[in-house]
Design a protein around this ligand. Structure first.
Ligand code: FHN
Length: 455
């Protein structure tokens, strides 16, 4: 349907992307870190010597033969053991910065309802653990000290709150309970924004539940209230649904929220899917584990090169990539994650020009890797190099700028030859770039292509 054909009270309130400076900054992040940390880190995907197949942070919701009868109560008592004495926020923040992350999304409360800050609206918080100290505050302070922006992850699903209902409330008593839960949710969000005034945004999750999807007016009012409380606040498309229950995009197809927040563990196959929109992609290092799982042996673990590839994929299509970490119950980021972060960071540091502030090039994706672009520089990050060492790049004749120089790394000039294939009607010119003998093809590398000024 044509835009805005359906009259909506609680649909999108904006056409096009935000243009203010806070959002410009968000757009330039390119790389972020996600942290899933809570009491689920204690069982680490295992309960009574049995391992669960799903995501470790969901362990509470699983029942069945393997669980003792009172196991849910047992999970809700785990906090009494939560004492992450190894937690060192400064160390995490430094590691994130060295990885090249410009922002972190931290789980203040996941679906289990456990609060990593001392919320005054529930007893189920860090304050009542042996550890006692406010973890959210330590994260915010440490990351800010490293110049890394903080976003607060908040789950609307809350398995611990008495008023929470999954699915539309069935009885009047359920409805009353849910109203209480809504008040609680609002209070907690205001509390978070008040306690952590430097947080740049809220990253909502668990909003697919039918009970919440029905709350279009409440959620819209609340979003307005939160934005008023914190001018510039960034909220993605997961937060609310319109009055017809449409999520992310309203019934007129317009995005709700400041960026598209639907890319989870998958990247858009082509720019056409996300063109003209801001978006982020959140990515796990194992297949689907966000919280700590002590067993990484049985699945494929992404390498630093895999993540570099995904990062370039995202940036080449104007998105941010957010890589997830799941620290253990003592507060340690696992060694493998640390090593991956370090490798990724080394590469990012050396090739930062091709990443930060670089955007979609306007060109079709090259078969050798990805293009990113900044002013008169086109960056070709090569992941698949041909055996003849010649990268032949089709550039549409209609492209406003022409390649004039190719540089490998920071200084090595490479032969660049224009090959007019001379086929009638061919829309492209072909640019051949010859790689030097001995080029290490085991690592991705960047060729900077200088373009002439556009007319
Ligand atoms: O159920 C959660 C999951 O545990 C994790 O937090 C991810 C992160 O985007 N979000 C939900 C699934 O969409």
């Amino acid at each position: 349907p044509a835009i805005d054909t359906i009259p909506l009270k609680y649909g999108s309130h904006r056409t096009g992307n935000r243009t203010d400076s806070v959002m410009q900054r968000w757009r330039s992040y390119a790389l972020g870190q996600f942290i899933h940390w809570g009491v689920y880190a204690i069982p680490g995907g295992h309960w009574e010597d049995k391992s669960y197949n799903g995501a470790a942070e969901w362990i509470r919701s699983w029942s069945g033969n393997t669980a003792p009868n009172d196991w849910k109560n047992t999970y809700d008592n785990l906090y009494k053991q939560f004492n992450p004495t190894d937690f060192n926020a400064a160390k995490w923040a430094k590691q994130a910065k060295n990885m090249g992350a410009k922002y972190v999304i931290f789980t203040t409360k996941h679906h289990d309802g456990f609060c990593m800050w001392p919320s005054k609206y529930t007893d189920y918080t860090i304050k009542n653990t042996p550890y006692k100290k406010d973890i959210v505050k330590q994260v915010v302070d440490a990351y800010n000290a490293e110049g890394v922006d903080v976003y607060l992850y908040f789950s609307i699903i809350d398995w611990n709150h008495k008023g929470y209902r999954s699915g539309v409330p069935k009885t009047p008593a359920d409805s009353v309970a849910y109203e209480d839960f809504k008040k609680f949710t609002r209070n907690q969000l205001i509390e978070l924004l008040t306690k952590y005034p430097t947080a740049k945004g809220l990253w909502f999750d668990g909003t697919w539940d039918a009970a919440w999807v029905k709350q279009s007016k409440f959620a819209d009012d609340l979003e307005k209230e939160l934005r008023k409380l914190r001018p510039g606040l960034i909220i993605g498309s997961r937060f609310r649904a319109d009055e017809y229950g449409k999520r992310h995009f309203d019934s007129n197809g317009k995005m709700m929220g400041d960026y598209e927040q639907g890319w989870e563990r998958k990247l858009p196959a082509s720019i056409d899917v996300v063109k003209g929109r801001d978006w982020d992609c959140v990515m796990t290092i194992p297949p689907n584990q966000w919280g700590y799982n002590s067993d990484w042996k049985s699945s494929y673990i992404k390498t630093a090169n895999d993540l570099t590839n995904m990062l370039l994929h995202a940036v080449s299509m104007n998105g941010n990539l957010v890589v997830n970490f799941g620290p253990d119950g003592k507060g340690n980021i696992r060694t493998e994650e640390g090593q991956t972060a370090e490798k990724l960071g080394e590469w990012v540091k050396q090739n930062s020009e091709a990443i930060y502030g670089a955007r979609y090039s306007g060109l079709p994706k090259p078969e050798y890797g990805y293009y990113t672009k900044k002013d008169n520089k086109l960056y070709l990050t090569v992941f698949n190099s041909p055996v003849n060492h010649i990268l032949r790049l089709p550039i549409p004749r209609s492209y406003a700028q022409k390649p004039i120089k190719a540089i490998l790394g920071n200084q090595q000039s490479l032969p660049l030859v224009v090959t007019d294939m001379g086929m009638s009607g061919d829309a492209n010119l072909y640019y051949d770039i010859t790689l030097p003998e001995g080029q290490n093809l085991n690592q991705p590398f960047v060729i900077t292509i200088e373009l002439n000024q556009s007319k």
